[in-house]
Design a protein. Sequence first.
Length: 289
Amino acid sequence: MLAVGLAGVLSLHRLVPGWLGTAVDSGLPWLGVALPVLIAVSAVRRSVRALAVCLVPCVVWVVMFGPVLLPRSGADHHDLRVATLNLGAGNVEPEETLLAVTATDPDVLVLQELTGVNQLAATKALKHAWPHYTVSGTVGVWSKVPLSDAAPVDIGIGWTRALRVTVPTADGPVRIYAAHLASARPAATSARDRTLSALAKVVAADDSPRLLLAGDLNTTTTDREFRELAPLKDTQEEAGSGFGFTWPSRIPLIRPDHILQRGMATERSWVVRAPGSDHRAALAELDTA
């Protein structure tokens, strides 16, 4: 019965209503932990029927998540390397945190949870290699190349936690949206859902041929609300290896931090631990042609 129930949850998880459904969505990949246990129990029982039943959720899980575990990157070329990190409002001395990310040499760095203190420290630490930057509220973008068309984006949260900006590339401009959506907690997802919808509408209305959305979206790719961001493509799903979990940093269990794109091709996606932050940084390399 447990195996049948597990298969049902995996295949019909979107039918679970409300915040509980969101919680189930977010933890969906971790249901795979139960699969070896079920198989072991059936083996101990030496029951062919029990083993056959236990294989049902295994097949469902592999169909859903097996491709995610396969390496999907092999390209040795990129035009644009982007990193995003929730710096942490309590991170008042972020130099070591930033060093872990800047060691990857991104062309563009998106930061969230900026404060007067850590923003000043970040600007000082990044000023030589990433001298071009723009900040709106608690979100900022630092770049090696000049930025243009910078403007805040209203996502209906009451203060500025999103912005848009344009960066030049050899193949043409790339519009970048940087965002930090409202948090999603048990029995409290309405604010996240509202900010996600608002951001999705703004991005959908943008006709830029090359567009990128980066930041802490407080939404996993398995969350049913994530569909609102289609047709943006998830760079981790395109060219990452594994689930690319980013939170919590010490033992990451989910991936609320994303780099999504439209009109480009993702060549590589990966995650870097950044000491001092409770998130890991998400990175992606893109071909802008």
